[in-house]
Design a protein around this ligand. Structure first.
Ligand SMILES: [Zn+2]
Length: 160
């Protein structure tokens, strides 16, 4: 088995919607990023690549490459998953935390988990998701940033 950890943060600016976990959430702020600014998916990618010692999202998709501008992070996650699977690993489970002051994510939690499960090709019960605010202080609390953390456990794929 292998464990990996990922962390990502994006600055926020007035606009919308807010993309979290491949889902566009109606909001009055949006993430700034070279790609689509999806901090949750970037944290999942880094956790996956980290568990397989394949580097990180910046290495696999450099922001100096124009092809990655505005790129859909679900596509990047699929490519990372493929690279990990090619080494003989499959996901046992993932657990993630989103840090954002607003909006309240409770009503979106199931759809984000379902989207993650679909992209990763695993059961919903293998995808944990927690949401935290910034308690009104710091970059998260003052709504200047959105961040995410993820841990992933990989196990060996059964052959045949
Ligand atoms: Zn990112």
């Amino acid at each position: 088995m292998r464990v990996g950890i990922g962390h990502d943060l994006h600055r926020l600016r007035p606009g919308g919607p807010l993309r979290i976990g491949g889902i566009d959430i109606p909001h009055d702020r949006e993430a700034i990023g070279h790609s689509d600014g999806d901090s949750l998916l970037h944290a999942v990618i880094d956790a996956l690549l980290g568990a397989a010692a394949l580097g990180d999202v910046g290495q696999m998709f450099p922001d100096t490459d124009p092809a990655n501008r505005g790129r859909d992070s679900t596509e990047m996650l699929a490519a990372a998953l493929e690279a990990v699977a090619a080494l003989g690993w499959k996901i046992v489970n993932i657990d993630c935390i989103i840090f954002v002051q607003r909006p309240k994510l409770l009503t979106h939690r199931l759809s984000i988990r379902q989207r993650l499960a679909d992209i990763l090709g695993i059961d919903l019960e293998r995808v944990g998701l927690q949401a935290k605010t910034g308690e009104g202080i710091g970059s998260i609390g003052l709504e200047k940033a959105v961040a995410a953390q993820c841990v992933v456990l990989l196990g060996e794929r059964d052959e045949g």
